[in-house]
Write a protein that binds this ligand. Structure first.
Ligand code: DGT
Ligand code: CA
Ligand code: CA
Ligand code: ZN
Length: 562
């Protein structure tokens, strides 16, 4: 299937049109079509062959002609022309948080700045003092700093996609590989991909991987390569009786390994990547992870918990949590539709969620003051509710809850009156605007939302964007305390760019008795899958199903909302 390839072409076209400051509606049209094709079950090339491109939602005559040209000629004239006309370095400049398409164009075209390094130098030398105000310049410098400290770490979906590609390559050769490293532990960012195998052919096969740019290392039992994408892949070969020890060692974390090794040393044993060995060097365990943990007198520890945050002691005492799983989730509580800034229609979202086996969802489009996201007024919400009522009649017993992601304004008040908010089934409160307030002011805004009688939960409490924007400097211990006092919930937003609350704070919420909701924050049907990333965060936070509010069935959940 070439669906994602075609979607990428349309997305680049949208970006370039936006950079060059042309029709905003075209930009939206290209992005919507791209999204629709990316999430399509049918093969776009097949539809093209049958002349049925316009059956695809959001693909009209103009876009269909472009897809046709692309399939016939392998290129798109307009895209090439736009590329030629775009000043150099613009897409790279846009990777800096705070630099939008228009600013990037201006930097490159008018000011001759064509790389992030250029921008940094120009800012530091004072050359841009007359072009941008001091606040903006500081923001640019911060954006550049974060970009470089994030370095080459990947977000989880990218790492997963790299892993899947590799696993299917090896599998086509009949070679089984096992995932290790931070990806297996479910960390929110991943440095490199670690693979283990017991098949001796794996070493040769690694240098022959598709997209290898450079072989970094090659020995009898290990191979490391760098892919064209920049990703490093470390592959190691072990004997079958060693695989469990190797999996524990290379899954890490390093701190978890050290804690385990110390435990072995206390018993006079030795633990390394080859297994667990007794006083005379005899093998005690190693073929499977279960065997190694058991020999150490421990319960099996899920990879998500292996961070040396108390899991070793809990395991020795038989007190590990019974971690929440994706199957426990009964409903998704944050998502957007074309009513605000989503790419899929309300009914598509609802039907796709029902197909995924949920009992309910909350449709939570943005409220009126979030203009960039086409936030809804009271009057538009009332119209949306009519559509929801119709859908609920059609989809019962599945239920679409009337929800809102209501904006916490800069003074801490909410976008709507209390009496209107009370008419919603579910109210999540978010802070998307005025980030540059003092930490005290930002915290006060969150606290006032958490003391509002209509609010059910606080959405993505820090508003971080991983690798792009540090979370707001709000006092999360006060947020947890206020949620506890007022009987509110906190969100784990499963969008892999957010994962907010993170594992540390979600655990704190649980320990303080504050229920958590895990949801997708989907802006298209495909993103409904984000819930799984949120569940991984919840597992890393030691959460059991009972601490996650939306593991309840519809009736229990509504009862909880009161
Ligand atoms: P990453 O790749 O930065 O996201 O994080 P990891 O955890 O995947 O780290 P990586 O790829 O450097 O190494 C994989 C695992 O190998 C790591 O989690 C634990 C283990 N490991 C690596 N170096 C050491 C070490 O010096 N001592 C111990 N005990 N374990 C190590
Ligand atoms: Ca790694
Ligand atoms: Ca590695
Ligand atoms: Zn949001």
């Amino acid at each position: 299937m070439r669906n994602s390839e075609v979607a990428d072409v349309l997305d680049s076209l949208g970006d370039l049109v936006e950079i060059n400051g042309e029709d905003r509606f075209k930009v939206i049209a290209y992005r919507r079509a791209a999204n629709s094709i990316r999430n399509l079950n049918d093969d776009v090339e097949e539809l093209w062959k049958r002349g049925r491109l316009e059956d695809i939602r959001y693909v009209g005559g103009g876009i269909a002609r472009k897809i046709d040209e692309y399939f016939r000629t392998g290129r798109l004239e307009l895209l090439e022309r736009m590329k030629a006309k775009t000043p150099p370095g613009v897409p790279r400049l846009m990777a800096v948080q705070g630099v939008g398409p228009r600013t990037a164009y201006r930097l490159s075209h008018d000011l001759g700045i064509s790389s992030v390094d250029d921008l940094k130098n120009a800012l530091e030398s004072g050359r841009l003092d007359s072009e941008f105000g001091p606040k903006v310049r500081v923001a640019f410098l911060e954006g550049i700093e974060r970009l470089s400290s994030f370095g080459k770490r990947m977000l989880v979906p990218e790492a997963e996609a790299e892993f899947q590609k590799l696993a299917s390559y090896f599998s086509a050769l009949g070679i089984e590989v096992r995932m290790a490293g931070s990806l297996r532990r479910g960390k929110d960012t991943v440095g490199d991909i670690d693979l283990l195998s017991t098949d001796a052919r794996v070493i040769d096969a690694t240098s022959g991987c598709p997209g290898v740019a450079q072989v970094l290392e090659r020995g009898p039992r290990r191979a490391s390569v760098r892919l064209e994408s920049g990703t490093q892949v470390d592959v190691r070969l072990f004997a079958p009786e060693e695989l469990g020890g190797a999996l524990i060692y290379f899954t890490g974390s390093k701190d978890h390994n050290i804690a385990l090794r110390n435990l072995a040393i206390e018993k006079g044993w030795k633990l390394n990547e080859y297994g667990l060995f007794g006083k005379r060097g005899e093998r005690l365990a190693g073929a499977s992870e279960e065997e190694v943990y058991r020999a150490l007198g421990m319960q099996y520890i899920s990879p998500e918990l292996r961070e040396d945050r108390g899991e070793v002691a809990a395991s020795l005492n038989g007190e590990l949590p019974d971690l929440v799983t994706f199957d426990d989730i009964k409903g998704d509580l944050q998502m957007h539709s074309t009513w605000s800034d989503g790419a899929s229609e309300l009914d598509e979202m609802a039907k796709a969620a029902k197909e995924r086996g949920y009992e309910y969802i909350a449709l939570t489009d943005h409220s009126v003051s979030v203009r960039v996201a086409n936030g809804l007024s009271e009057e538009r919400f009332r119209r949306q509710w009519k559509e929801i009522d119709r859908l609920n009649a059609e989809l019962a017993p599945f239920r679409v809850l009337k929800g809102v992601e209501v904006e916490i304004r800069s003074d801490g008040t909410l976008d709507f009156s209390e009496s209107f908010l009370d008419e919603f089934d579910v109210v999540g409160a978010s802070l998307h605007q005025s980030f540059r307030q003092s930490p005290e002011k930002l915290t006060d805004r969150a606290l006032s939302a958490l003391s509002h009688p209509s609010v059910d939960f606080l959405c993505h409490p820090t508003n971080r964007l991983i690798g792009r924007r540090e979370g707001n400097p709000i006092d999360l211990s006060k947020v947890v305390e206020a949620a506890k006092k007022n009987g509110k919930m906190l969100e784990i937003d499963g969008n892999p760019k957010r994962l907010d609350l993170d594992d540390v704070w979600a655990r704190r919420a649980m320990e303080d008795g504050v229920p958590v909701v895990v949801d997708s924050d989907a802006h298209s049907v495909g993103e409904l899958d984000n819930v799984a990333y949120g569940v991984t965060v919840a597992r890393r936070a030691w959460l059991e199903a009972r601490s996650v509010a939306n593991t309840r069935g519809l009736r229990d959940f509504l009862e909880l909302l009161g």
